[in-house]
Design a protein around this ligand. Structure first.
Ligand code: GLN
Length: 536
């Protein structure tokens, strides 16, 4: 079958949830068993997201194939329950880079290399390649940024050209703000957005409209008029209680049927897939129990930097019929003379998430100690495993100056240290231990009981490692090493013996999906529920 294309373009402003709309459209296609994958275009000139600041740009998402990509890829995977690849991420940097490289190789001899047709042509080629190589029925292209930006203009020109030769449906995501005082949905920003889009030579086939409340009839009427559409091609995307509801909300408006009709694709819904999704969404909306999990890290306010952890807790909750609320705890508040351990009062479980840099580290170590001593369920992720090891070395093995060489390169006991391969590395882009790594779990451990198998794989993104010189000492003192790389060279999982405390060098949150929750998060939430119900 010939591959078809859906292109999602945003207007008015960023942050409207284009990624959620794209993921929901993908999910609709999945309900019909169509093979569909997304492509994301990001206008920045970074080659990938690996060198960006997560506190400004949001979490750096890591794929199996080592790709460090935009956090929207997390959304795609969580909705579709499929692994994405780096080829699906096209950044301005990557696109320009590939054209310039081809030029240097003599690929355009005698030619003036231009934005149109060379750069745009290359973008179309990249889009088509993903479709061909994955034998897709539909490619869904999410164009980052807003229509009218300089940054994505050449890419918008590329999708216009794509539509000249391939069956392509355009979806414009827009926004109608409601003015507090008059309570009216204003369409002027959306109208200006349509103007911009039409100026780029693109006529939308659908308008999806973000708004706080349901779209009013007269708002829909106006949007349809200005976008040259019939009213039934204006789709409501009002605030939902959970983002996982959006595919269902779209279905209520028959957006699935209308999209397929527009694409010329016949189809029947796969009931089983739909029911399983509905069941999980129902569980999210109707939790029977609730627990509170403390996330002990350093924050500058952007909760997007821990998006996958937030979602992994939602998935685990849905699996157990519970709601796992999060409490952000600033780790610096647990440090020094004025350390305020009462910040941990009332939580049922604790997570120390991944992170870089020295700030707040001692507070995290204090929090982990508190969890160990009070038998509070604990999950350590990457940095959280390194610090669980440091805490154990200091307070159980008596190595008072134990540390990671990332935070104190001069300390005698570097229980976490730089990997040999990392010592000479100066270049920063794509040089950490990245992507999917196999791991072997030891039978009889908590890790094994959660994953229920010996050979597993999780994703990584870090430079420092458990220092093997301390393996014996830590084990003799009771720390369990429950997972290593298959060659036994790198420690991947550690745990406490006396209570639920487990940590991994990997990032299990990156592989958690609504329909396949991460075992470690399910374990943590279950342990937290048990602790709460036992009244401790
Ligand atoms: N900073 C630590 C390292 O580089 C941990 C990284 C992380 O938590 N992702 O190893």
């Amino acid at each position: 079958m010939r591959t078809k294309y859906i292109v999602i373009l945003g207007s008015v402003m960023s942050g409207l949830g284009k990624g959620v709309v794209t993921s929901s459209i993908l999910k609709l296609l999945d309900f019909y068993d169509y093979r569909a994958l997304p492509i994301k275009f990001d206008g920045y000139l970074n080659y990938d997201c690996g060198t960006m600041n997560p506190y400004r740009h949001g979490e750096v998402f890591v794929l199996d194939d080592k790709g460090e990509v935009d956090m929207d890829f997390g959304l795609y995977e969580r909705f579709l329950n499929r692994n994405m690849t780096s080829a699906q991420s096209i950044t301005g940097g990557k696109l320009f880079g590939s054209v310039i490289e081809k030029e240097r190789q003599g690929g355009y001899l005698g030619v003036d290399v231009q934005i149109i047709p060379h750069l745009t042509g290359r973008a179309v080629e990249m889009i088509e390649t993903v479709g061909k190589e994955n034998k897709l029925d539909v490619v869904v292209v999410e164009v980052g940024g807003t229509v009218g930006d300089l940054e994505n203009s050449y890419f918008i020109e590329a999708v216009r050209q794509l539509a000249l030769k391939e069956p392509t449906v355009f979806v414009n995501l827009t926004y109608t703000p409601t003015m507090e005082v008059v309570g009216e949905q204003k369409t002027k920003p959306a109208q200006l957005g349509f103007k911009n889009l039409l100026q780029s030579g693109i006529m939308p086939n659908f308008v999806v409209c973000r708004s706080r409340e349901h779209l009013l009839d007269k708002t829909r009427e106006k949007l349809a008029l200005f976008a040259n559409l019939t009213r039934d091609h204006v789709i409501d995307d009002s605030d939902q209680e959970s983002t996982y509801m959006l595919p269902l909300h779209f279905m209520e408006q028959e957006f699935d049927k209308k999209l397929l009709e527009q694409l010329g694709l016949p189809g029947k819904r796969n009931r089983e897939k739909l029911d399983s999704w509905k069941k999980r969404v129902h569980n999210i909306l109707n939790p029977k129990y609730s627990v509170e999990i403390g996330i002990l890290g350093k924050y500058t306010g952007l909760s997007d930097s821990y998006a996958s952890i937030k979602e992994a807790l939602v998935h685990a909750g849905a699996e157990l019929g519970a709601m796992a609320k999060m409490r952000w705890i600033e780790s610096e508040s647990l440090e020094g003379e004025n350390a305020d351990m009462s910040k941990l009062d009332g939580i049922d479980g604790l997570i120390v998430p991944g992170g870089f840099g020295k700030r707040g580290i001692e507070g995290m170590i204090n929090g982990i100690r508190y969890a160990r001593e009070t038998h509070m369920p604990y999950l350590g992720i990457c940095l959280g495993m390194q610090l669980m090891t440091v805490e154990y070395a200091r307070n159980v093995c008596g190595l008072k100056d134990a540390n990671s060489s990332e935070f104190n390169p001069l300390t005698e006991h570097k229980v976490i240290s730089l990997m040999e391969e990392q010592r000479g590395v100066r270049k920063k882009g794509g040089t950490m231990r990245l992507g999917l790594w196999e791991c072997r779990l030891a039978k009889g451990t908590t890790a094994y009981s959660l994953y229920k198998k010996e050979n597993i794989g999780e994703r990584h993104r870090h430079r420092y490692e458990f220092n093997n010189r301390y393996r014996d000492l830590l084990q003799k003192n009771g720390l369990v090493i429950s997972g290593t790389t298959p060659d036994n060279k790198l420690v991947e999982f550690v745990e406490w013996k006396d209570s639920f405390g487990i940590a991994t060098q990997s990032h299990p949150e990156l592989r958690s999906r609504l329909e396949a929750p991460a075992p470690l998060f399910v374990g943590l939430v279950r342990a937290a529920l048990e602790r709460k119900s036992s009244g401790k």
